[in-house]
Design a protein around this ligand. Structure first.
Ligand code: CS2
Ligand code: MN
Length: 360
């Protein structure tokens, strides 16, 4: 397991590379050109600049999250070919500086969605919270308004530029069924996977968060069967998975350790990247993000790590979101402290499993 940490870039993150350096066992930075609108080519010079910055701290830049997919590709509209060509060019440029994994998602319009970014937990910390009934009864415009009031920093997938066009996007998706979204994903992968292969890169799709349809928009990366279906779309190691325990795990029907074991059995070597975090699910379908500890949430985190360890997981792992603790002011979900605690929990479980394995 190779530990990495997501960082939003100089001037765009409250966490510094110096701080990340002091978290035990972190070897690389998960990065992106966050100002790039989806669909534009990432120029070599821009990429090299980030590589230099990060390299000064002896971190690698092997994992990118995300190169976002232009809506026309998800919609299957005629301009998609231009944007797919741009995507290929970005893959080539990323391959040229030593990037190995590109994490991306295929969610129409919205990336991860919550109703409260700072919901208080019993211990006084705050965390991202999803209230199911609220989303079901809500006009998406309202949610966008609410989220943008909360935070001066734009959230991944919630960039103001994109959301300005929300109405027309909704209209465009009105006739896109889940099956069509599958077709469009297949079309995209058939085009880009060979380019990724040539450039030493693996694509790693991130599950939908939450893993069900919201606001009537189709969502397809939602459960074990659908994850397998993606992997079958193109049979290549470069068509792989980001296994995000908190995204898939928000649906109690998704048993994360079982999913890991089954994917590893049926599609060995296709989990390239894992996002590990715990969520507590309530009977009414609401959920809140908790500490990484198994006892604090609904996901058996020890068994998640065990499932990865059993198979000698050599891919990249990052703690996904964390709570906001010790009065930290930070991007929602992306503070330093709780993610660092999460890493130590993951190492604790991993290292003891390693020790047992060596003894055996
Ligand atoms: C991330 C996602 O913060 C998160 O939950 O896991 O925003 C993720 O970066 C994208 O969905 C991947 O494309
Ligand atoms: Mn994730």
């Amino acid at each position: 397991m190779r530990m990495v940490f997501r960082w939003y870039g100089e001037g765009n993150d409250t966490v510094t590379l110096e701080q990340i350096k002091q978290i035990p066992g972190v070897e690389g930075i998960v990065w992106a050109l966050h100002d790039k609108p989806a669909g534009e080519v990432w120029a070599l010079e821009e990429i090299q600049k980030v590589k230099e910055q990060i390299g000064k701290h002896q971190f690698h830049i092997e994992v990118v999250e995300s190169v976002n997919i232009h809506e026309s590709i998800k919609l299957g509209s005629p301009e998609r070919d231009t944007y797919i060509e741009n995507y290929k060019k970005t893959i080539e440029n990323l391959g040229a500086v030593g990037v190995k994994v590109i994490c991306y998602n295929f969610m129409p319009v919205f990336d991860w969605t919550r109703t409260d970014l700072f919901k208080e937990l019993e211990d006084g910390s705050t965390a991202l919270f999803y209230e199911k009934a609220k989303v079901e009864g809500m006009d998406p415009m309202e949610l966008v308004e609410k989220i943008s009031q909360h935070s001066s920093l734009s959230l991944p997938g919630w960039e103001p530029e994109r959301l300005k066009h929300l109405k027309s996007l909704f209209e465009a998706y009105r006739d896109v069924t889940e099956e069509q979204l599958w077709q469009n994903l297949g079309y995209f992968l058939q085009e880009v996977v060979p380019v990724a292969e040539k450039n030493g890169i693996v694509m790693a799709i991130h599950p939908d968060d939450p893993p069900w349809s919201i606001f009537g928009l189709p969502r397809i990366i939602t459960n074990k069967e659908n994850v397998k279906r993606v992997l079958k779309l193109v049979d290549s190691p470069s068509n792989g998975l980001t296994l995000c325990s908190g995204s898939l795990g928000a649906n109690p029907a998704n048993h994360i350790p079982e999913i890991i074991r089954e994917i590893n059995r049926e599609f060995p070597g296709r989990i390239h990247f894992t996002h590990i975090r715990n969520v507590r699910i309530y009977d009414n379908g609401d959920f809140i993000e908790t500490s990484h500890r198994t006892q604090d949430g609904s996901i058996d985190m020890c068994d998640v790590v065990k499932a990865l360890h059993e198979d000698g997981f050599t891919g990249y792992t990052r703690p996904d979101h964390g709570r906001h603790i010790w009065n930290e002011t930070c991007r929602p979900g992306y503070g330093l402290y709780d993610r660092a605690l999460g890493i130590m929990y993951l190492w604790g479980v991993w290292d003891s499993l390693e020790r047992e394995r060596r003894k055996a």
